[in-house]
Design a protein around this ligand. Structure first.
Ligand SMILES: Cc1cc2nc3c(=O)[nH]c(=O)nc-3n(C[C@H](O)[C@H](O)[C@H](O)COP(=O)(O)OP(=O)(O)OC[C@H]3O[C@@H](n4cnc5c(N)ncnc54)[C@H](O)[C@@H]3O)c2cc1C
Length: 396
């Protein structure tokens, strides 16, 4: 079988790329190892930051998610300087549990002309021709394509098959959460994050009238979460300033999470004919909830960069280089994310900007957009920001 593009992995990145390549008029094989269209990623908080909103709206995925029950709304942030509540009009995040998001994206992909969703097929090898990756092997079957896209998650078997090296950085926090019904919020707005420096707590409203309560403590507290995770999670949440009231809430899920989730980076275009997207290229720290947003956005950049050449039959190499350039936006954020994943106390400049953001609305807006990954790192981390912060703090 021959396609324009083979995509390995029907998660967020793979489905999005398949939908957009299909809409661009290309023939796409979307290969997923799970048999059931409803199988979903359990280890995921699914809070998609506001920086992804324009892309989701452009592609119609925002409306599809809202129709499936997704909840939108700003997130207020607690720091030692108090609550920061974003002003109305700023872009909003969106939350839809993966048990709904994954089947939704797969269904949209499968219904897109040109896309063949192949469930229950595990990619076990790469095909090579003339020094290029030219397709994939699924058991005895060969599927040829001009571009192979590894969208197969943080372990990326495709990257392993291609011998791609990994750049791994430690994550000094661990994370556990559960879903509750009947939570009464104690802080401002529907969604809240507590930056306790270094521990992080999160309350997210999501579909089905549920709240997700999350603890991302520094690893020094691992011991306290070992014996009874549900009790430890609820103790952690109860200790937060303006903590939500759980007295009439019911836990409706298991406690889900991980004790260790290192950050991984791989070359997004490691071989001619092969690209990586989503977690396969950059697996960030889960604490700031960036991964799904990056997967959506990187898939769009990939398709925008490579579809024209794939359509007219020319070499996609220049387009792949364009994709690599677009991904620098994520890489710059990820560099800072890796520092934050070390769970060290905020430095003086960070503390200064946090404090100033409470006094200077423009700075507050910039900090919010940065935390939502809506602006490049360079728009936040610069001398102008520090000077503005100093002025704001000295004014009062
Ligand atoms: C604890 C935790 C909390 C998180 N919370 C958030 C959050 O709140 N917000 C957010 O935006 N992100 C969050 N993330 C990150 C998010 O889960 C990932 O970034 C996102 O799932 C990446 O999407 P993806 O499509 O690249 O990979 P995945 O969603 O992992 O999809 C990969 C797909 O590839 C398939 N596959 C793998 N190997 C093969 C093979 N050999 N053949 C065929 N198919 C294969 C898999 O079955 C899977 O369907 C969190 C992550 C963790 C660990």
């Amino acid at each position: 079988m021959t396609y324009d593009v083979v995509i390995v992995g029907a998660g967020v990145a793979g489905c999005t790329a398949a939908i957009l390549y299909g809409r661009a008029g290309l023939r796409v094989a979307l290969i997923e190892k799970h048999h059931n269209i409803s199988t979903h990623k359990v280890l995921c908080g699914h809070f998609v930051l506001a920086g992804t909103q324009p892309m989701l709206r452009r592609t119609g995925l925002w409306e599809a998610m809202v129709e499936a029950g997704a909840v939108t709304g700003h997130i207020s942030r607690w720091t030692a300087a108090g609550w920061f509540v974003p002003e109305p009009g700023l872009p909003q995040p969106i939350s839809l549990r993966r048990e709904k998001l994954d089947p939704l994206l797969r269904t949209i992909a499968a219904g897109t002309p040109g896309v063949d969703l192949m469930l229950g097929r595990t990619v076990t090898g790469l095909l090579e021709s003339g020094g290029r990756v030219a397709g994939v092997r699924v058991g005895d079957e060969e599927i040829h394509a001009r571009l192979v896209v590894g969208a197969d998650g943080h372990r990326s078997p495709v990257a392993r098959l291609a011998g791609v090296t990994e750049d791994v950085a430690p994550n000094e926090r661990f994370g556990w959460w559960a879903y509750y019904r009947g939570v009464i919020s104690g802080g401002p707005g529907g969604n809240q994050i507590w930056s306790l420096d270094p521990d992080v707590g999160i309350l997210i409203r999501t579909d089905d009238d549920l709240h997700m309560l999350v603890a991302f403590p520094a690893k020094a507290r691992l011991g306290s979460f070992q014996a009874d995770r549900a009790a430890a999670l609820e103790r952690f949440i109860a200790s937060l300033p303006d903590a939500p009231d759980l007295s009439s809430a019911e836990r409706v899920s298991k406690v889900i999470g991980t004790n260790d989730y290192p950050c991984i980076r791989r070359d997004p275009a490691p071989r001619p004919g092969l690209v990586l997207v989503g977690d396969a290229a950059i697996t960030g720290d889960p604490t700031p909830a960036v991964g799904c947003g990056w997967a959506f956005r990187a898939a769009e950049w990939l398709v925008e960069s490579t579809a024209p050449a794939l359509r007219d039959g020319s070499d996609p190499a220049a387009g792949v280089a364009g994709y690599r350039r677009a991904l620098r936006f994520v890489e710059a954020h990820d560099r800072l994310g890796r520092q934050d994943a070390r769970a060290r106390p905020a430095n003086r400049v960070q503390r200064l900007i946090t404090k100033a953001a409470m006094r200077d609305p423009e700075l507050g807006r910039r900090v919010y957009l940065f935390s939502m990954r809506a602006i490049p790192v360079s728009a936040m981390v610069n001398a102008g920001t520090v000077l503005r912060a100093l002025r704001a703090v000295m004014r009062r």
